[in-house]
Design a protein around this ligand. Structure first.
Ligand SMILES: Nc1ncnc2c1ncn2[C@@H]1O[C@H](COP(=O)(O)OP(=O)(O)OP(=O)(O)O)[C@@H](O)[C@H]1O
Ligand SMILES: [Mg+2]
Length: 639
């Protein structure tokens, strides 16, 4: 049980939580919500012990194993699978113990204790799930959208967003009682997001997840903790339930407040009228006391509305951009190129609103980065309209901010770089329109919350007065109100928008046409978002069938062509596959026979036992099937 009693929490001069009390029970799935800067990540710092309460008590069972996603970018040559595997702290500890005991035995071959320790460690390894640790790690990696050919690639070879996904997989690998996830969906696209939802629903421990994604929260959580105005309130229910309870609560509070205000006015009138009269002084005095004793209902504070707009572009070249036979991809330092998209011929016109769709790793960001001049075009031509002024927003853009400088210094630097001199007051006013108030313009960016940083990047982009907006997952970190503001601003924008986003609501609100990036090409997508979801389903079915076909035994009567020499990696996989098939056949036979027994069984206890066993077998079979699919697609990729 996690318990907060009258907890006070500060950051710098700000009081984020003021005497809050809340209890969370084991096994609960909790969504922690609130505006950008409300103090959600700070509360996580209290949970994980990096910060201490400034008042009150915070307690959590001492034996609880906690897992969380490391916030730093991993820098290592370790293969992805090993990196994720190392998240299993229990297994790693046993392995270390084994290595130690083995070393001890080698040093002193008669050391009986070392022998015992080795035996014990082997038994513990089994309990820690050593036998299927690698497939478990790989299932996490594949689930989060990596390809089978990427399982052994060094962590360093992945881009930032993908490395953070590995960081997430590593946290999920850790056997834990409490899992803390701070905006886990930020680096995910739709497929990976759906996979994560399913994984979290099965997670048995206590989960606390911070997110601004309503659909995700609704799918995963059953308790909502809301931070607002230094208070922390617990609601039983998912995000939607929280919203409706909150509306009710606000209405009630509003009417209680009005009623109390009337009563106060009445008492006050009485006091004022009779204060002067000696005969009534006593009554007046008791009314004064009543007024003092009254527990005041707080007024409902209207949420500060936040809106902004893009400036009218100075000009609108048409076309903005013409791509002819474009080739997009990466050029390594060695000079080797990896082409991801080819034969791209498309133009971008003034005023278009293009949503760029495509599954994981198909090249959406590559396309956008190339247009933004972040990486060079590999072939073909990319012609820009005269006066094209690109506003580029990317996840990595947050790293572009200088942690030691404050928002005002950022704006001064930017204004100097892009245009005529601006007065400091003008910049302050401008920052004010982005909700950076007096104090915050002087706060170092390094201490700001994720959403506050994203808002600053947005402000800087608006200042540059672009006519083509290239937005790659712009809503990450933004709270719902700010997303809403962005959505409205984009709708009013007169220039062209190209948008990559996993935020379905934003895509729906902004885009009126879609490009589909996939299978090495960019094509117009003739349909809406619902058609796209269907396309994703069809696509994953197609891939599964391909995998199955590749793994199916050859049944042709003619002798099969000589098998290609299996690569050393292929053989163990094929052996695994065979083992799984045998195991599945055995389980299936057992399940069939139990089901037959069950149909004839009349004894209640035996029905219960057999039913339980059948259900268990079903689960095991489902697991095996999943692994079978995984391995077949690995084989397909290798073959
Ligand atoms: N060292 C510090 N000095 C001053 N203020 C700080 C410091 N660290 C954090 N803050 C402020 O405390 C507030 C809470 O930050 P926190 O990161 O907990 O917010 P959050 O709720 O997680 O927001 P987001 O949704 O944007 O992630 C923010 O306004 C932030 O600017
Ligand atoms: Mg945060």
């Amino acid at each position: 049980m996690i318990q907060l009693r009258d907890v006070i929490l500060r950051r710098g001069a700000k009081v984020l939580l003021d005497k809050v009390s809340v209890t969370l029970n084991p096994g609960e799935k909790v969504g922690l919500v609130g505006r950008n800067g409300a103090g959600k990540s700070t509360l996580f710092a209290l949970f994980n012990g990096t910060l201490h309460e400034d008042g009150g008590d915070f307690s959590m069972p001492a034996h609880w194993q906690m897992a969380q996603v490391a916030q730093h970018m991993p820098e290592t040559e370790e293969p992805a699978t090993d990196f994720v595997l190392a998240g299993d702290t229990r297994l790693m500890a046993v392995r270390a113990r084994l290595a130690q005991a083995e070393a001890a035995l080698e040093a002193a071959p008669d050391d009986v204790d070392a022998g015992m320790a080795i035996a014990q460690a082997h038994a513990d390894l089994h309990d820690a799930g050593e036998h299927d640790a690698v497939p478990r790690a790989q299932a996490l990696i594949l689930g989060l959208g990596f390809g089978t050919e990427e399982l052994e690639r060094p962590v360093n070879s992945f881009s930032g967003g993908w490395r953070m996904r590995l960081q997430l997989a590593r946290a999920l690998m850790c056997p834990s009682d409490l899992l803390l996830l701070d905006e886990p969906t930020n680096h995910l696209d739709l497929d990976a997001l759906v996979w994560l939802e399913a994984w979290l629903k099965r997670y048995a421990g206590t989960l606390i997840v911070i997110s601004h994604d309503r659909e995700f929260l609704d799918a995963v959580t059953d308790v909502t903790l809301h931070i607002e105005n230094q208070r922390l309130t617990r609601y039983g229910g998912n995000y939607s339930a929280f919203e409706s309870m909150r509306v009710l609560q606000l209405e009630q509070q509003q009417s209680a407040f009005s009623r109390q205000q009337e009563k106060i006015a009445h008492l006050q009138k009485f006091i004022d009228r009779f204060k002067a009269k000696a005969s009534k002084a006593k009554q007046a005095q008791s009314r004064v006391k009543a007024l003092e004793r009254m527990e005041k209902v707080a007024p409902v504070l209207a949420e500060a509305e936040f809106t902004f707009e893009f400036k009218e572009p100075a000009n609108l070249p048409n076309p903005m951009l013409a791509i002819s036979e474009g080739e997009f991809g990466y050029r390594a330092d060695s000079g080797d190129t990896r082409t991801i998209l080819r034969g791209v011929s498309r133009s971008v016109l003034a005023g278009q609103r293009i949503g760029i769709l495509g599954a994981n790793g198909q090249g959406k960001s590559t396309l956008v980065k190339t247009i933004a001049h972040d990486i060079p075009v590999l072939g073909g031509t990319l012609t820009e309209g005269k006066g094209l002024n690109i506003g580029y927003f990317a996840q990595q853009e947050l790293d572009v901010l200088h942690t030691d400088s404050n928002p005002l210094e950022h704006m001064i630097r930017l204004a100097r770089d892009v245009g005529p001199q601006a007065r400091e007051q003008e910049l302050r006013n401008f920052l004010g329109t982005f909700n950076f108030s007096g104090d915050m313009v002087n706060q170092a960016v390094g201490t700001m919350s994720g959403g506050e940083k994203a808002r600053l990047v947005l402000a800087m982009m608006v200042w540059q007065r672009p006519n083509l907006l290239l937005l790659d997952e712009p809503t990450n970190h933004l709270d719902l109100a700010t997303r809403e503001a962005l959505s409205m601003a984009l709708n009013e924008f007169e220039g062209t928008v190209m948008l990559v986003s996993h935020d379905r609501a934003l895509l729906r609100a902004v885009c009126d046409e879609f490009w589909l990036v996939g299978r090495g090409e960019v094509r117009p997508f003739d349909g809406d978002l619902d058609d796209y979801q269907q396309y994703l389903l069809d696509e994953s079915r197609r891939l599964r069938e391909l995998a199955r076909a590749a793994a199916a035994p050859v049944r042709a009567p003619a002798p099969p062509p000589p098998a290609p020499v299996a690569s050393p990696k292929l053989r163990p996989l094929q052996r695994d596959l065979e083992k799984i098939e045998q195991r599945m056949a055995a389980l299936q036979t057992e399940k069939d026979s139990l089901e037959a027994q069950l149909a004839a069984e009349t004894d209640a206890t035996r029905i219960a036992q057999t039913g339980q066993r059948v259900a268990d077998l079903g689960l095991q079979l489902a697991d095996l099937e999943e692994r079978w699919l995984d391995i077949s697609s690995q084989i397909e990729a290798l073959a």
